[in-house]
Design a protein around this ligand. Structure first.
Ligand SMILES: [Zn+2]
Length: 82
């Protein structure tokens, strides 16, 4: 990473996204994997991740609602006895 790089986000031990200050692209690195993205591609990736995260939350929620062996009292109010 060059001296005039600007780190947009970082999770130590996981990865970072930064602008190297030189090529006009954004660099994403996660472990051994690194991607260089144009600003447009970066924004598309951001939209893709946001959408998938929202869908994943809904998927997890629906799996919890359908999980077998629910303990009595563990159902949200209004769903007891289903
Ligand atoms: Zn660069």
């Amino acid at each position: 990473m060059e001296a005039d790089a600007y780190v947009l986000a970082e999770i130590p031990g996981f990865g970072r996204i930064y602008d190297c200050g030189g090529c006009g692209n954004l660099h994403l690195s996660i472990g051994p994997v690194s991607l260089t993205l144009t600003p447009e591609a970066y924004m598309q990736l951001t939209a893709l991740l946001n959408t998938s995260a929202a869908q994943f939350e809904m998927l997890l929620h629906s799996r919890r609602m359908n999980a077998p062996h629910q303990l009595p009292g563990s159902m949200p109010p209004g769903l007891e006895g289903l």
